[in-house]
Design a protein around this ligand. Sequence first.
Ligand code: SF4
Length: 554
Amino acid sequence: MIPDKIFQDLEADIPRSGENFLVWKRQTASALGAPIPTNSNLIQNYLAYCQKANREPNNEILKLFQRRSIRTLSGVAPITVLTKPFPCPGQCVYCPTQARMPKSYLSNEPAAMRALNLEFDPYPQVTNRLRSFQANGHATDKCELIVLGGTWSAYPEYYQLWYITRLYEALNDGPDGKNFEEEPRIIDANIPALKERLLQAQKINESAGNRAVGLCLETRPDHVTPPEVARLRFLGATRMQIGVQSIYQDVLDLIKRGEKVEDTIRANRLLREAGFKVDMHTMPNLPGSTLARDEEMYRVLFSDPNFKPDQLKIYPTIVNEYAELHQWWKNGQWQPYSDKDLLELSINIKSKYIPYYTRINRLVRDIPKESISAGNNITNLREYIHAEMKKRDLHCKCIRCREARNRTANLDEAKLFIEKYDCARGLEYFISYENSDRTILYAFVRLRIPQDDINPELAKLLPDIVGSPARSGSARAGVAHIRELHTYGKLTPIGEHDDGIQHAGFGARLMAKAEEIVREHGLKKIAIIAGVGVRAYYAKLGYKLEQTYMTKTL
Ligand code: SF4
């Protein structure tokens, strides 16, 4: 228990820098004759002090206590959860198969460890993360649910429906998770009843305290078919991670991936036609590839309209004892790149090929060193790369390297930029507000204008939501899609205002610009793939719920 006097003194003289805050923490520890208090401990004590004194907590002090504030600087609190182990249709030679774990995950990866301890139950995985964010002083009004584990599309339908419903129910119940104990251990596989329950949970989430602004699932490209895309939308998914790994067929064959490059091309197109954001996983250093082929792969990924991912994960191949590749490495059939070669390759990828519209979500997997038998084990490779690029005066244009975070000093000078590019037989617009030299990105919207005929099966499954441009006549029948609207900066709770980017009006201005472009193309309708938690926001801009999308007729 920290005495009131300490907080009274703190309120009278708030440290203005991280360094001064550290000094204050040390002084507090020595005054109490105790170890240096953790930020989470400080927050709990401070909130208890405010409650006792019947006063509002001081926001500046709360901000000071926020640990790992970087987590919500992307504007959204990410909640990563894992599904239970289930057989995967893939036989990929690099993929670990560990007992009691979903395929491709190891029990000592941080998110996997948390999930294993909770027996992969979705509900407490969410409520625990909410508690942990809140204990560290973060708002959890806007959450993105990220579901990992095996191939999602290969899980039974009843499990998918139950799993996603429980995620929404956990968000609706909040950090205390009051309805955890009531759930029976055996899942009732009554599909219509499960569907009904999911719709109800989504409806409640539209105005809940912790809203799902996005839902991300991961699957194999060969599983992305029109019916699967429609199912994913029913669940509320807004972003898909797809395992591309390589764009060379001989490499895919060698690693026993069991799919074709055309599967990736088709999946990318179907997902975009339904408005999804597409995050492609890629793996340099796979058997059959070389440094030169790998660099060429990233050049092609961003110059060939069949690919051009919105988001990218780069996972250099590593070997651990649970994968078939381990034996290949032992036999000398596969060798990892040296650290130096991997560093140079990564620098080339980042400085030469990444466009303004792509976000590199991850560079290397979160696998603890002790599980890596061979391959990159520099877990902070990203920092090494950035330090080296800085030395050579090289820059990466990726969204993540430029997102504003707390660099909000010159918001008034933000300029509008428009990137236009062909992708997957549609026309994509990346419209953004940035500083003038494009090193700070404040907000952006992704708009897609259909160019070619849409997949007819998909058009039938999502009628009036996806539509081909009419072949003749002045009014075109196609539907434009807003695939993403994102405003960076610290997460500002819904209904509250501060002087940060999230409430600088960029969202509404970007939407107005997107609508103007849609009109110029002669289209009459826009559909937005909105997370259920952002439906209310779009409703204020005149959009209505139609099936699982927010739409507007212009
Ligand atoms: S498809 Fe994915 S999860 Fe399945 S074996 Fe291949 S890499 Fe592993």
